[in-house]
Design a protein around this ligand. Sequence first.
Ligand SMILES: NC(=O)c1ccc[n+]([C@@H]2O[C@H](COP(=O)([O-])OP(=O)(O)OC[C@H]3O[C@@H](n4cnc5c(N)ncnc54)[C@H](OP(=O)(O)O)[C@@H]3O)[C@@H](O)[C@H]2O)c1
Length: 245
Amino acid sequence: MHFKIEKKTALVMGSSEGIGRGIAESLIAEGVHVALVARNEEKLSAVAKEIGAKKYYATDLSKPGAATRLVENFVRDFGSIDILVTNTGGPARGQFAEITDAQWALDFQNLWMSVVDSLRAALPEMQKRNYGRVILITSSAAKEPIPSLTTSNGFRAGLTGLAKSVSTEYASHGITINTLQPGYINTRRIRENNWSEEKIRSLVPAGRIGEPEDIGALAAFLCSPLASYITGQSIAVDGGKMKSL
Ligand SMILES: NC(=O)c1ccc[n+]([C@@H]2O[C@H](COP(=O)([O-])OP(=O)(O)OC[C@H]3O[C@@H](n4cnc5c(N)ncnc54)[C@H](OP(=O)(O)O)[C@@H]3O)[C@@H](O)[C@H]2O)c1
């Protein structure tokens, strides 16, 4: 594909595997200069070499201030930030009554503040160049809550509103902000469930589980100049799983 984004700079959070890695690979294939982010440095280093990322940052996004420092370091190292993809690991399961204050605080930091902090640090840099592409990875749970993913259901729906709100403030600066809502995507988290082909077919009209590159292809397009008129949108990549309009 040729989306005319070569040489842009991209910080892709949560990207040593799974959906984040799929997005990083799609951007690298388009000639974007990509930095990876995750906690495990050994793995990051191996993946960066394997897929051709320019740099990686070993950072725990569940720590207060980590996302702010991450963006600052990226801008120092790359000179600009054209593309920001926010993503982290998924939260623990739990019914509402089981969730402790500690869990709420952890998930708030991980799923919510890492987005707020990275946006706050990246948007002024994007504004300077009148170009920015931001993608928030949320979940189909933002629209159709998933049983026992209580904190995710709450925070992800909130991120849809946040992205919409912020997108209207920055649209006139050449900056687009969209969220992507993955359905069932073939990553470690999902593989651990050991779902049969039959079960997937019963849940997903497309009849297959999604692959990280299904998300990556759309992300690469949305990060390109070709997608300059698409902002404030939440787009499901779920093989038709969601039933709501
Ligand atoms: N897969 C699906 O079907 C699906 C569907 C809907 C929504 N989602 C959501 O999409 C996101 C990505 O899912 P995934 O399946 O791709 O997950 P994954 O395969 O577990 O990958 C998560 C990535 O984020 C990194 N990470 C995790 N916690 C982090 C932290 N605190 N700080 C920095 N990096 C961190 C991981 O590396 P380290 O462990 O080394 O840090 C890894 O690179 C999750 O929030 C998930 O809930 C996934």
